[in-house]
Write a protein that binds this ligand. Structure first.
Ligand SMILES: Nc1ncnc2c1ncn2[C@@H]1O[C@H](COP(=O)(O)OP(=O)(O)OP(=O)(O)O)[C@@H](O)[C@H]1O
Length: 271
């Protein structure tokens, strides 16, 4: 399969700190690609560079063969790159359904504002949008909560809602920033299943996550960052066995990660 996203020598400096240091990332179309590493390794900064929420200091980003390094985030969203945020960015007073509809209307704050104002016309289009949004809510199992204000939903449901909002536009590339943060064990299992289903729908995913029980079963390949630099890349099995990764990150969790990889292999075999 061809590379959908490539970065070449991408760096981001904050004053004296090189948060992302000359990283080459290759993400193949159709895969779930994990981006892991210790706290402060530069994962979220890298995601911000990919989505256009931060400009690179140096380097190049190619998406589907086109140079998107200087495109603003809304143009990248229009090109098929959608994301979620570590700290949820839902409209708390709007219903779950309305939040997902926003994902179809718009990708920028200005567009969202415009979208909120134009709800009294283009009724047919609105009906189509509502139907798609309902399908996305059903996809994450939130149909029963469609008319509840987003802010009133349990935290785990809010996380799923944010993913539904990013996914509803059928992006080519979905960037998930710590989607399992704050989820309980059963919600995490639901998330794993959901990631498999998004992948089956043809969407490529970059997944930042600390929970190895989510990363190991879902990822086809993993890139590991440490102090902003690329530390390792490979399949979950290779990453689990990589001495540098174990030393820098997996540490004591490596045993648990190994068990997760075995489960991953079984899950991949089943899909
Ligand atoms: N806007 C900013 N200004 C200054 N420094 C920043 C900024 N954003 C991130 N950093 C610094 O860049 C480094 C990388 O941060 P980043 O959030 O990308 O790491 P991370 O791997 O996502 O960490 P975590 O797993 O804790 O979310 C950290 O040292 C952080 O303090």
């Amino acid at each position: 399969m061809a590379a959908l996203l490539e970065t070449r020598g991408v760096s981001r400096r904050f004053g004296g700190l090189l948060a992302v240091d000359s990283v080459d990332l290759d993400v193949t179309e159709g895969e779930v690609h994990g981006l892991i590493g210790p706290n402060g390794a530069g994962k979220t900064t890298m995601l911000n560079l990919l989505s256009g929420h931060l400009p690179v200091s140096t380097g190049t980003i190619l998406f589907a063969g086109a140079d998107i390094t200087r495109l603003p985030s809304e143009r990248r969203a229009a090109a098929g790159i959608r994301r979620t945020f570590q700290n949820l960015k839902l409209f708390r007073e709007m219903t779950a359904l309305e939040n997902v509809m926003v994902g179809l209307h718009a990708s920028t704050r200005a567009e969202i504002f415009h979208a909120l104002l134009r709800t009294r016309f283009q009724k047919r289009e609105e009906a189509d949008i509502a139907e798609k949004a309902r399908a996305a809510l059903a996809f994450v199992g939130l149909t029963a909560l469609a008319d509840q204000p987003a802010g009133s939903l349990p935290y785990g449901h809010q996380r799923l809602l944010e993913i539904a909002r990013a996914f509803v536009a059928e992006p080519r590339l979905l960037l998930l920033d710590e989607p399992a943060a704050g989820l309980n064990a059963s919600e995490s299992r639901h998330l794993v299943d959901f990631i498999f289903r998004i992948r089956s729908a043809g969407t490529t995913i970059i997944l930042i996550e600390h929970h190895m029980d989510v990363v190991m079963p879902t990822c086809d390949r993993i890139t590991v960052l440490n102090y902003g630099k690329l530390l390792a890349r490979g399949t979950p099995k290779e990453i689990r066995a990589d001495g540098a990764v174990i030393g820098a990150y997996l540490g004591k969790g490596a045993v648990a990660a190994a068990a997760a990889v075995r489960k991953a292999e079984a899950a991949h075999a089943a899909h």
